[in-house]
Design a protein around this ligand. Structure first.
Ligand SMILES: Cc1cc2nc3c(=O)[nH]c(=O)nc-3n(C[C@H](O)[C@H](O)[C@H](O)COP(=O)(O)OP(=O)(O)OC[C@H]3O[C@@H](n4cnc5c(N)ncnc54)[C@H](O)[C@@H]3O)c2cc1C
Ligand SMILES: NC(=O)c1ccc[n+]([C@@H]2O[C@H](COP(=O)([O-])OP(=O)(O)OC[C@H]3O[C@@H](n4cnc5c(N)ncnc54)[C@H](O)[C@@H]3O)[C@@H](O)[C@H]2O)c1
Length: 477
């Protein structure tokens, strides 16, 4: 057994871990980056990038099928599944290659291959033959797709985002279980590429949207060409010959038996904190087994252990993993003098059609008397109609009294861009009035945003008149 000593040990060479490692090195300290699985990160290998490549192919197919609506007739669309998957993999490999290059540029003396687990707070076992002593440790172990118990007997007939991109060809049919972002993005893309898809969500919510109206608009928009079965549970699933016999039950209790080639489990991800010896750290854990941590410093309790990325299950997104990793690495060096790092305005985008964006605080985060709402439907929005993308709803939230812009939920065209605009306004602390003072070109989808902001401003002003004589909720409180 060899024992190696470093200032900081980082467990996991994903986006959070690499960012933590670089932050430690920027302070001139020694660090070790420990990886148990393949290099390349979840985002590049099996997450953000291959999923967006599959979606890009689906968008091309959909554009061709939509063209007749403009009087443009491209002829019958033929989808070559093997070619689609080949491009997904080769472009994916290119992205992964850049990440692997970056890992390989790290001094081999500071890279270890093997799974790490805590023996005690500053002491790790890596694989069978190495121990690492590091007073400060960053946990950046990511997460793993969850397979619901009712699907576990399906063997190779149940697939996840970890293996779908490795396929040579598109499947013939898939039952997607889970109406979160992964289920919606992959389910819609597969459907548009000619796969027979039915998507099962056990609740009536999609993509974790809070607002009932925006949620319904997402269901209507995405459900326009995707077979969405919400409020429907999986009763049983078993392999029969080359197919999965899939039994579901809808909200009225009606059972339905269907056959699919595969079941895609898109039922959430579990943080990789179960097998890393947290019981030997003395850290306090939450009911999911994740150490209690401060989301501004990433410090677990008062210890010299920090956590970042999907492992902490706070905001499991790429840019958040990178930010959290940087803060964790920086504070691991500064320990015990940790400082709050920059946490940006919340921004989530789903690359569905129509797209979904969630910015800042939403109705569930806010107290009822704290905010006003403005909204716009994209059904008759000029530019959206020009593009035949006139679907969706935007709700914007502003603070009573201060008129500060607080957040938004949107489903509709160009949400990936409007979401950024709104997140930047929110993080800058802009008021609704200041946002309306900004330029709006014509004709653009952002004119729809202006309509929603104007309504929000009116409501904020109306509310001010109404509360003139109210002593316990004066403006500014
Ligand atoms: C299909 C899909 C699509 C996505 N799309 C988007 C998107 O469009 N935009 C977006 O922002 N986010 C997206 N995400 C989320 C994003 O990919 C993740 O939030 C991000 O990759 C998390 O990074 P991480 O560093 O925490 O984890 P990872 O990149 O998974 O890194 C963790 C690493 O730790 C290693 N590890 C685990 N345990 C140990 C151990 N004991 N010892 C040593 N090493 C260990 C693992 O092997 C892994 O390499 C998507 C995710 C999926 C699955
Ligand atoms: N565009 C993006 O940014 C993007 C894309 C993909 C993934 N991601 C990240 O990956 C994370 C994981 O995505 P996800 O979609 O797997 O998780 P999720 O938690 O967002 O959604 C999982 C869904 O599955 C449902 N579910 C759970 N168990 C079920 C069961 N037994 N039967 C039926 N439904 C069940 C849940 O109710 C939930 O609606 C997301 O939270 C997101 O942060 C982001």
């Amino acid at each position: 057994m060899k024992t190696l000593t470093f200032d900081v040990a980082v467990i996991g060479a994903g986006s959070a871990g690499m960012s933590a490692y670089r932050a430690v090195k920027a302070h001139g300290k020694t660090a070790v980056l420990i990886e148990g699985g393949p290099y390349g990160t979840t985002c590049a290998r099996v997450g953000c990038m291959p999923s967006k490549l599959l979606i890009a192919a689906a968008e091309a197919a959909h554009a061709a099928s939509e063209a007749p609506g403009f009087g443009v007739h491209p002829g019958p669309v033929r989808i070559d599944g093997k070619q689609v998957m080949q491009r997904v993999r080769s472009e994916r490999d290119r992205f992964v290659g850049f990440v692997v290059e970056s890992v390989e540029s790290i001094d081999p003396a500071e890279r270890l291959h093997g799974y790490a687990r805590f023996i005690s707070p500053g002491y790790l076992q890596v694989g069978d033959d190495t121990q690492v002593m590091a007073e400060r440790v960053v946990i950046a172990t990511g997460s793993t797709p969850q397979i619901p118990p009712e699907l576990r007997g399906l063997g190779s007939r149940v697939i996840t985002s970890d293996d779908i991109f490795e396929r040579d060809d598109l499947p013939e049919s898939v039952a997607v279980v889970g109406a979160g972002v992964i289920g919606l993005e992959l389910g819609q893309a597969l459907q548009r590429l000619g796969v027979r898809v039915a998507l099962f969500g056990r609740s009536g919510r999609v993509a974790q949207l809070d607002d009932a109206g925006v949620n319904q608009s997402a269901i209507d928009g995405i459900g326009a060409d995707l077979d969405l079965r919400l409020n429907t549970s999986v009763v049983s699933a078993r392999v029969v010959g080359e197919q999965v016999e899939f039994v579901s039950r809808d909200k009225d209790g009606k059972e339905r038996t269907e056959h699919f080639q595969y079941v895609l489990a898109a039922a959430g991800r579990t943080p990789n904190v179960q097998n890393i010896g947290l019981e030997n750290t003395g850290l306090q854990l939450n009911p999911q087994g994740i150490p209690l941590f401060d989301s501004l410093t990433m410090q677990c309790g008062n210890s010299a252990i920090f956590i970042a990325g999907d492992a902490d299950n706070d905001r499991p997104l790429l840019h958040e993993a990178a930010d959290e990793g940087r803060i964790a690495g920086d504070n691991a060096v500064r320990f015990p003098e940790v400082v709050a790092g920059l946490r940006r305005t919340r921004l989530m985008i789903a690359f569905t059609d129509p797209q979904i964006a969630v910015v800042g605080q939403t109705s569930n985060d806010l107290k009822p008397r704290q905010f006003e709402v403005g909204q716009v439907s994209f059904a008759n929005q000029g530019r959206s109609r020009v593009m035949r993308q006139n679907r969706g709803l935007l709700k914007v939230y502003g603070e009573r009294g201060t008129h500060r812009f607080l957040g938004a939920e949107m489903v509709g065209p160009r949400a990936e861009h409007i979401g950024h605009l709104l997140a930047w306004a929110c993080q800058s602390g802009m008021t609704v009035g200041q946002m309306l003072d900004m330029p709006f070109y014509h004709p653009v989808v952002e004119e729809g945003l202006r309509t929603a902001l104007r309504e929000l401003k009116e409501n904020l002003l109306k509310e001010e008149d109404a509360i003139e004589h109210c002593t316990d909720c004066t403006p500014g409180t």
